[in-house]
Design a protein. Structure first.
Length: 505
């Protein structure tokens, strides 16, 4: 069959035609350019098994061709790298094989080399952007520490002076050897030194935490402590600029967050608020930070309010954009609010500009309640766990250290720990997750609706976090002793499981 195939030369795609014996019977002009083979070299090719080498072993031309021979159906290979014989170029392509007659088969080569090159270049640029982004984040932290360092050095010098003075008093008292009467003075001096050193240690630890680039890890924390820790980093700057900093975080609110990340957001907002107040001509020089619960949405807010001039209307839509800043060149990175927005997004929360007028501008952070946030994080894990082989334990305790202890145990011996500080909110979790065991503190056990829990799951087992004198409560299958220890906790759960005994009061 010798029909005219010159029309194939009009294609901008390399194609060849082979017969059933795998012999090359035709190729178009573009194939010669594509393969880098001259017509003389192509004529010497006896069959397509000698056509090219599959560099990454993803394209087996003979195997694919034989599949089309036997089935008669078209075949499209995976994307792969090939190298034509006597050519140094490696080409990224897809091979398509079609039956065109009883004797001939059309093989098309879809060249993806350019796309692959663009993809590789794009991937490299993305990696470079990731590195640059991390460097920007770190640079923003360094800049913050640089701005705060003058005030922090003042904070450190005060307790150092106290410690030094009390050391001199100790030397005098010991030299005079006044005996028993001087013991109170000595103890007071020692206490002053210890308190001063603890204060210095707290300041330096906060600085170290703030600048540390670690793996993000969420845990249960007190919002009050979170705010106070952030305020301690900026307090000296406020004092130096004679700006009042008011704190309203008396409400007992829990958060399940990456403590260091949220602290970075709060420090950034407090720094911005300070700059705004200092730059304004307003007589009132004040910044406040407050936290409040929103029971209706099962969330809480942290609001930073300043008495500066607010945000200009033309800048409102841009303040969360990367690199946007109203500061002079070299004074700001323009990444603070952008990074803050990303951090809050990662916590399934929101950050927005609140009231915006002269002498009253606010930024509001809203985050899910600790229980909701913890549940959202573990829900995906729970849904992928084989319920027959995984023990799911709900921990109810008001002690943050206890809750974080159990979070750290997640996954140990096939056990998933879900934690909560609220007896009422835990019922919502019990309605959504089939819990096997409940570890509960004595205080929350008295607040929990046991009948409601039993109606949801009559086989659920209770374990009390207890000291020796508490081990006499009805309806308890086992006890978790204090202080908490990994091995003893896991062993207690394993030993008590299924025993179902009760101890009467």
């Amino acid at each position: 069959m010798r029909e005219d195939k010159s029309y194939l030369d009009q294609l901008f795609e390399p194609v060849i035609i082979v017969n059933q014996s795998k012999q090359l019977v035709y190729y178009n002009h573009y194939f010669s350019t594509f393969s880098g083979l001259s017509p003389r070299k192509i004529k010497k090719i006896e069959d397509i098994s000698n056509l090219f080498t599959s560099v990454d072993k993803r394209i087996d031309l003979i195997s694919h061709f034989e599949e089309v021979l036997s089935s008669g159906h078209p075949f499209v290979s995976k994307e792969g790298e090939i190298q034509f014989h006597q050519s140094s170029d490696i080409i990224n392509c897809v091979v398509k094989i079609n039956k065109v007659s009883d004797e001939e088969y059309l093989i098309c080569f879809n060249d993806l080399s350019i796309e692959k090159s663009i993809y590789d270049k794009y991937r490299k640029q993305v990696e470079e952007l990731k590195v640059s982004y991390k460097q920007l984040v770190h640079a923003d932290k360094l800049k913050s520490i640089g701005e705060l360092s003058a005030g922090i050095s003042h904070e450190i010098s005060n307790p150092l002076t106290i410690a030094s003075g009390n050391t001199e008093i100790l030397e005098i008292l010991l030299a005079e050897q006044e005996g028993v009467e001087s013991k109170e003075d000595i103890l007071e001096s020692i206490s002053n030194i210890q308190n001063s050193l603890l204060r210095i240690n707290k300041i330096t630890l906060n600085m170290k935490k703030f600048i540390h680039e670690g793996v993000k890890q969420k845990k249960f924390v007190s919002v009050k402590n979170l705010i106070e820790s952030s305020v301690s980093l900026v307090a000296s700057s406020y004092e130096r600029q004679s700006v009042s900093l008011l704190i309203d975080s008396s409400t007992d609110i829990s958060a399940y967050v990456d403590e260091l990340a949220i602290e970075q957001v709060l420090v950034n907002l407090l720094k911005n608020a300070l700059d705004s107040v200092v730059q304004s001509n307003n007589k009132k020089k004040e910044v406040s930070i407050k936290a409040s619960s929103r029971e209706e949405s099962d969330s809480f807010t942290i609001e930073v309010i300043d008495s500066g001039n607010g945000v200009d209307k033309e800048n409102v839509e841009s303040i969360f954009n990367p690199f946007f800043t109203t500061k002079e060149l070299g004074e700001g990175t323009g990444m603070g609010l952008s990074l803050s927005s990303q951090i809050i997004d990662e916590h399934q929360g929101s950050i927005k500009l609140g009231e915006n007028r002269k002498e009253h501008c606010s930024f509001i952070i809203e985050l899910p309640s600790a229980e909701i946030s913890n549940y959202l994080e573990i829900q995906a894990k729970i849904s992928n766990i084989d319920t027959s082989s995984t023990t799911k334990v709900l921990v109810l305790d008001e002690d943050y250290d206890h809750l974080n202890f159990f979070i750290a145990l997640n996954g140990e011996r096939g056990t998933s720990f879900i934690v909560s500080r609220s007896a009422s909110k835990s019922l919502d979790l019990l309605e959504n997750i089939e819990i096997d065991k409940i570890i509960i503190s004595k205080n929350l056990y008295s607040k929990l609706d046991i009948k409601k829990v039993s109606s949801l799951n009559e086989k659920i087992e209770f374990y009390l976090i207890a000291s020796e004198e508490d081990k006499k409560i009805k309806g308890i299958q086992g006890y978790v002793s204090l202080p908490l220890d990994k091995e003893s906790v896991l062993t207690s759960l394993s030993i008590a499981a299924g025993e179902g005994h009760e101890e009467e009061v």
